[in-house]
Design a protein around this ligand. Structure first.
Ligand code: A4P
Ligand code: MG
Length: 215
């Protein structure tokens, strides 16, 4: 099968993991990421575990988050292993009533991508959903944050690990505990203990909606 001879209706002819991409939410993988994962695949024998937070408070929140999950799964060197329940959460860091409520969820991924390439892929997915950065903590179609990457610690402002505000955010901690009850936030301790110390009142489980683990 070649890229100039699309064989499936709706497929754009790209070879992304050798499968048809009739799903319009599946985004092309940037060349830079493909090049890096090729290098990573040959140099890393064992994949690492990363925790990714998704947040959305504009548009069709569920559909956008599912698109982001599917796009991550379609990234060479990334496998989505767990998807948390969906929580509807009060906007954090802004005056009450000035922004719509968020949907938040947590993903566990296994990846051979180094942290910076995973962040780059997250940004590419945000751009694919036309996220516009106008203000800090402004409303967004999708936010893809790396909460933790294995035990890596970094204070680089481009990629701070673990995420500098994860330990105080119930909308990160609560869904994280759902998918990994024994989780620990590097430098901060067990997620269960962190949850006990934060206000969880603005974080409500939406049992009527669900995100899918890619097949
Ligand atoms: N960056 C550094 N470390 C990381 C990391 N671990 N993961 C850099 C992702 N990005 C990281 O982020 C700003 C810069 O942070 C990026 O250039 C990246 O290189 P951004 O996504 O462009 O902007 P932002 O998300 O508005 O800023 P920030 O400070 O990351 O915001 P937060 O902390 O992510 O908060 N309330 C609820 N209920 N639910 C939410 O999901 N999200 C936010 C955003 C605010 N309030 C919320 C929610
Ligand atoms: Mg962010």
């Amino acid at each position: 099968m070649t890229a100039d001879k699309p064989a499936y209706p709706g497929w754009n002819g790209r070879i992304d993991g050798d499968r048809p991409t009739g799903d319009p939410t599946v985004q092309p993988v940037p060349e830079a990421v493909v090049a890096r994962v090729d290098a990573a695949d040959t140099t890393l024998s064992n994949p690492k575990t990363a925790v990714i937070a998704l947040g959305s408070n504009i548009g069709n929140r569920l559909e956008t988050m599912q698109g982001a999950i599917d796009a991550l799964e379609d990234t060479p060197g990334v496998r989505v292993r767990a998807v948390s329940p969906v929580y509807e959460t009060d906007p954090w860091g802004v005056q009450a009533g000035t922004q719509p409520r968020y949907f938040n969820a947590i993903l566990l991924v296994r990846t051979t991508l180094p942290p910076d390439a995973l962040l780059e892929r997250g940004h590419a997915i945000e751009e694919a959903y036309h996220r516009v950065r106008t203000e800090r903590w402004g409303p967004r179609t999708i936010d893809v944050d790396i909460v933790a990457y294995q035990g890596v610690r970094s204070d680089d402002p481009i990629l701070t690990l673990p995420h500098p505000r994860a330990h105080e955010r119930a909308f990160v901690l609560v869904p994280w505990q759902d998918v990994d009850p024994a989780a620990e936030l590097p430098g901060h301790g067990p997620v269960a203990e962190l949850i006990a110390a934060v206000d969880t009142s603005g974080v409500r489980h939406r049992s009527d909606v669900e995100l899918r683990l890619p097949e």
